[in-house]
Write a protein that binds this ligand. Structure first.
Ligand SMILES: [Zn+2]
Length: 311
């Protein structure tokens, strides 16, 4: 397993650290085991709804997922996902519901991944991203892609089964590449997507196409989006990115040309930045950094040599 070190800055990069959770997939079809785990007093449960969970601040200044014992969990009309166990034998479940439960704690609040990914520790971030990815997939795969009939949830949330034709459907993960391209002067190529807020720049990225290796996708996307040809491509790390179902595969790539010709379709503008130019652009407010939880931040910081300012 590859993990992202965080040498460039003090804040966590969401969803990449070892989580301490064993997904224990061999239990997913064992209804007796799942029932016993569900009713065990140490089991912890949280609700996921529309990509959000409840988080709360602790007295010592951390932020954590709001989890309850199963006997306190709301049960009606709920899909139950088994997410795994930890080293102490505690089992974790997520309940997918139409809305988040009301809370008496004043500080508990709903949060999506973009916020929570910067706040939660590795265990809670991993539990949340697993639950949100399953919820996204469940929501979009209610019907069988083979025969069109309705599917039902199985394997503790990790399979949808068609009762008409028997097909089993598994959660989808769509690979996408994201790459920091540098040139022979060690400048970084950053681009602006058409729909981003003004001033926001980040690394180039795009989906892997059918029949394509991830290295080929890096080369193709750099050329399609910015008109830049790249040679050497080096894998760095990956990051689950369930918006709604991507896996971001992070690379560095070395440009063999520096002329820029943006596609104007996905990318509105792309520029080469030296470290000094980027620092000046941040300082003047001309350039805004990418969202903090994105692996783009890690890729840029590793090149930049220090933390990026907060978006
Ligand atoms: Zn079917």
């Amino acid at each position: 397993m590859s993990t992202i070190s965080n040498e460039a800055g003090p804040r966590p990069i969401g969803f990449t650290a070892p989580s301490g959770i064993d997904r224990a997939a061999h239990h997913r079809l064992d209804e007796a085991w799942l029932a016993a785990a569900w009713s065990h007093p140490t089991t912890r449960v949280f609700v996921v709804s529309g990509g959000q969970v409840l988080v709360d601040d602790t007295p010592d200044g951390r932020t954590e997922l709001v989890m309850t014992p199963s006997f306190e969990a709301p049960l009606t009309e709920t899909h139950r996902y088994f997410l795994g166990t930890d080293d102490d034998g505690v089992s974790y479940f997520a309940l997918q519901k139409d809305s988040l439960p009301g809370r008496m704690d004043q500080s508990a609040r709903p949060a999506g991944l973009r916020e929570a990914g910067l706040l939660l520790d590795a265990r809670d971030a991993a539990l949340m991203v697993h639950a949100v990815a399953l919820e996204n997939w469940q929501r979009l795969h209610r019907f069988c892609s083979r025969c069109g009939e309705r599917t039902v949830i199985a394997a503790a949330g990790h399979v949808r089964r068609c009762q008409a034709c028997g097909a089993e459907h598994y959660p989808r993960t769509d690979p996408a590449v994201i790459m920091l391209v540098t040139d022979e002067q060690d400048r970084a190529l950053l681009g602006r997507q058409v729909h981003w807020p003004e001033g926001r720049f980040s690394t180039l990225a795009g989906f892997v196409e059918p029949g394509e290796s991830i290295e080929q996708a890096v080369v193709r996307e750099a050329y399609e989006e910015a008109g830049v040809t790249v040679g050497e491509v080096r894998y760095v790390a990956s990051q689950p990115w369930p918006f709604p179902s991507s896996l971001m595969l992070g690379f560095t790539a070395r440009a063999t040309s520096s002329d820029i010709d943006v596609d104007g379709d996905e990318i509105e503008e792309a520029r080469w930045f030296s470290r000094d130019e980027l620092a000046a652009a941040f300082a003047s407010g001309e350039v805004l950094p990418p969202y903090g939880i994105s692996i783009a931040t890690h890729l840029i910081e590793t090149w930049y040599g220090r933390p990026l300012p907060r978006p």
